[in-house]
Write a protein that binds this ligand. Structure first.
Ligand code: GRF
Length: 215
């Protein structure tokens, strides 16, 4: 008899709506993944996703960045709160704070983010506007490991959508959101089964998976 596989422990950080977080919680249940969302933590008391998580019976915390004088003090408090839940992975899902090494180092190699562009294109904010301004025909999202350099850690998976003539940023964001959900859910499934590895060159391998794009 095999010992039952331990669930992959996830802590999700949000700042607002929380639709990626919500989708991850639902996909874990629907696909019966060996994973559990141990806590949802926001940096703002009014993050809408916090209420939804509470209604599901998930532990929630607010560590409000405005209560701390410096980024490092906030990151230290956040790291302590996250560590209490002993996560295997920390998932940033619409978490709108830049993290310093004070947070990143204790969880190095275990923090994952979703960014709404095809990185390395368009790090930072206003990615939909930037994709439209560039006159591209395709836009997308990237799920990647978080390193101290903003929006530039190793890519785990990307999702792609077409840009239509006449699109505005809202239309493009709305087209991309379901693909964000699908891409992040796919990565969570790989994490749950412990398939994601970073090779010595710093590139990501997913065991048994050749192509990591999601459309
Ligand atoms: C997503 O588009 C994410 O890529 C970006 O912020 C948005 C968050 O949406 N960083 P939600 O809070 O998951 O609904």
């Amino acid at each position: 008899m095999h010992a039952p596989r331990k669930n992959c422990r996830l802590v999700i950080l949000i700042s607002g709506r929380g639709s990626n977080m919500e989708n991850i919680v639902q996909v874990i249940a629907q696909r019966n993944l060996p994973a559990e969302v141990c806590a949802v933590i926001a940096n703002k008391a009014d993050a809408q996703g916090i209420q939804w998580a509470q209604e599901q019976g998930i532990a929630t915390e607010v560590v409000a960045h405005k209560d701390y004088a410096t980024r490092e003090q906030f990151d230290n408090a956040l790291a302590q709160t996250v560590a209490q839940y002993r996560p295997d992975y920390v998932l940033l899902a619409g978490f709108m704070r830049v993290l310093t090494p004070v947070f990143i180092e204790p969880f190095a190699g275990r923090i994952i983010n979703i960014h709404p562009s095809l990185l390395p294109l368009f790090p930072g904010l206003d990615t939909h506007e930037k994709a439209l301004q560039a006159g591209l025909q395709w836009h997308g999202c990237t799920v990647h490991f978080v390193t101290a350099e903003l929006d530039s850690g190793p890519t785990i998976a990307q999702g792609v959508v077409p840009i239509h003539q006449g699109d505005d940023a809202q239309q493009l964001a709305a087209r991309l959101l379901p693909i964000e959900h699908k891409t992040y859910a796919q990565v969570v499934e790989w994490l749950a089964f412990d398939l994601v590895q970073i090779d010595p060159s710093g590139k990501v391998n997913v065991l048994g998976v050749n192509h990591r794009g999601v459309i």
